[in-house]
Design a protein around this ligand. Sequence first.
Ligand code: IMP
Length: 185
Amino acid sequence: MKIFFITSNDGKVREAKALLEPLGVEVIKKTIEYPEIQAGSLEEVVEFGAKWLAEILDGPFMIEDSGLFIEALNGFPGVYSAYVYKTIGLDGILKLLSDVENRRAYFKSVIGYYDGKLHIFKGIVWGRISTEKRGIHGFGYDPIFVPDGYEKTFAEMTTEEKNAISHRGKALKEFHRWLKENLKY
Ligand code: IMP
């Protein structure tokens, strides 16, 4: 089966393809700018975006919204992750945490699949913010995030290694389980 992934982020598409295509789901990237509202939760952002896209798209599609939540910063940047990445960036985050002992943080991914109804799938991975940027793979905050149980950052992992433990990998696996049960493709 084919799934349209509405996003402009090649990193997200690479991860979705690596995980879903061996399972028989073809992922097709489609770039359509849709409103990402400034809301209190990723779920609300996905809900609004999916309903907006449903008005202009015919077939089923998926979207995804994610964020990095840092414990010592009360969950910041969270729903503001994209804006913070573009403005203060990784160096800005490392600076904010320079004298901070508690470096606990988690990534969260929320996938919305719309087929006339909205279905939501979520994944979380806990870890810590490193003291310096490391690695060249992945995208976004990957060079400063070390998942629990590892010494490497996400950016020092292959797509397959990251997918096996990441927030998006977990949400994608849950999505795939649902597809198999409900669509029996
Ligand atoms: P959005 O989901 O496209 O709104 O992304 C939120 C922000 O978090 C962007 O700056 C992304 O680069 C970043 N981000 C989302 N997922 C990941 C990830 O898996 N690793 C690193 N950064 C991510």
